[in-house]
Design a binder for this molecule. Structure first.
Ligand SMILES: NC(=O)c1ccc[n+]([C@@H]2O[C@H](COP(=O)([O-])OP(=O)(O)OC[C@H]3O[C@@H](n4cnc5c(N)ncnc54)[C@H](O)[C@@H]3O)[C@@H](O)[C@H]2O)c1
Length: 335
């Protein structure tokens, strides 16, 4: 398949949970270049509800959706363990695919996607690292790229959920949640993570929060706290410290209330609401790229490297020591 000829990209969405339902609604209401034609979820009632909300049909199976003549491109928003097989199915039929993060559960699995794309000789995969499309994160990246911070030395990241139903074990917190940080830091700094240590104050039971120390190919150090049951709300912050100054990405808090002797603003608990504009910009960029036969955002290679860092992070959580990350040579397809 070369360039798609249809005026609007016909999209099939697999998984209609929190993210899938949000992507379906956003594609329908906020992405004029796309329309949702099919939805599949293991939970058929859920698929029906989400499909009918935008006038789409359900599919009988994920494979039927991927193969469907009324599907030009696929969004994967089913659980992490389903991602690789579904992405490979899309590659087999040559359809562009936006796969939610993480690309895979392991680096080996993720590499099988890279291998398949390299064998195909063209890129079709975008990984849903949505922060690359978030206006705040893009501003932060500009403040690094324009040199106004001088030479960047240190980054500090905070990533807290009120609660999480998907990152529920020690390794899953690294591969499912902290993986956002791994991609964000590589992208912000245009570099690789070369070493990682991960510790937690919790010794018996679910090791949440976790605090990572990372070292980069550019000689910077990073700290990242990920706390997926922080209780009070969803909170994502980053500070970049350079030789010329620092830049802080704070959540937007337009209204400060002064009540009963204290001043404060609301903190939401819903990550979908927090990042909704980034998802819209991500989906719009993906659809526009798919219509012209190109790919933007995080590639399968970026997804693989994030999984590679996560694998070292999981090892570090067990060893208590710094673990190296050895990134192999990048295939020419991802130059
Ligand atoms: N980019 C982000 O910011 C972000 C945020 C949250 C979740 N995610 C990712 O999105 C994906 C979905 O997460 P969620 O929070 O929506 O989870 P969820 O549990 O709310 O939804 C998952 C849905 O997938 C369905 N499902 C289960 N197995 C399936 C299968 N084999 N085939 C098709 N559907 C199946 C379930 O019935 C459910 O409706 C995960 O990979 C998660 O890591 C990304």
């Amino acid at each position: 398949m070369g360039h798609l000829v249809s005026a609007r990209l016909k999209v099939g969405v697999i998984g209609a949970g929190a993210m899938g339902a949000s992507h379906v609604a956003t594609l329908a209401a906020g992405v004029p270049s796309a329309e949702v034609t099919r939805v599949f979820d293991m939970d058929t009632a859920r698929a029906k509800e989400v499909a009918s909300s935008v006038g789409a049909e359900i599919a009988d199976s994920a494979d039927a959706l991927v193969d469907g003549v009324d599907v030009d491109a696929v969004v994967i928003a089913s659980p992490d363990f389903t991602h690789v097989a579904l992405v490979l199915a899309c590659l087999r039929v040559g359809k562009p695919v936006l796969c939610e993060k993480p690309l895979a559960l392991s680096a080996e699995e993720a590499h099988s996607v890279v291998d398949a794309e390299v064998a195909l000789g063209r890129r079709l995969v975008q990984v849903g690292f949505n922060r690359r499309f978030d206006p705040g994160f893009r501003d932060l990246k500009r403040s690094i790229d324009d040199g106004s911070l001088g030479e960047v030395r240190v980054l500090h990241g905070i990533h807290r959920n009120a609660s999480s139903s998907t990152s529920t074990d020690d390794a899953g917190l690294v591969t499912g949640s902290m993986i956002h940080e791994f991609d964000t830091f590589r992208w912000l700094l245009d570099g690789e993570i070369v070493g990682i240590r991960v510790e937690s104050p919790i010794v018996g039971g679910f090791r949440d929060p976790q605090v990572a120390t990372l070292w980069t190919s550019g000689g910077q150090m990073i700290t990242a706290e990920v706390f997926v049951n922080a209780g009070y709300g969803y909170d994502v912050r980053v500070e970049v410290v350079g030789t010329g100054g620092s830049a802080t990405l704070e959540p937007r808090t337009p209204v400060v209330r002064r009540i009963a002797g204290s001043a404060g603003s609301m903190i939401g608990s819903d990550f979908v609401a927090h990042f909704i504009e980034s998802y819209r910009l991500e989906l719009a960029a993906w659809a526009d790229a798919a219509l012209t036969g190109t790919v933007v955002g995080a590639s399968a290679w970026d997804g693989y490297v994030a999984n590679l860092v996560a694998a070292s992070g999981v090892r570090a959580l067990g060893s208590g020591a710094r673990e190296d990350v050895e990134v192999p040579e990048r295939p020419g397809l991802y130059a």
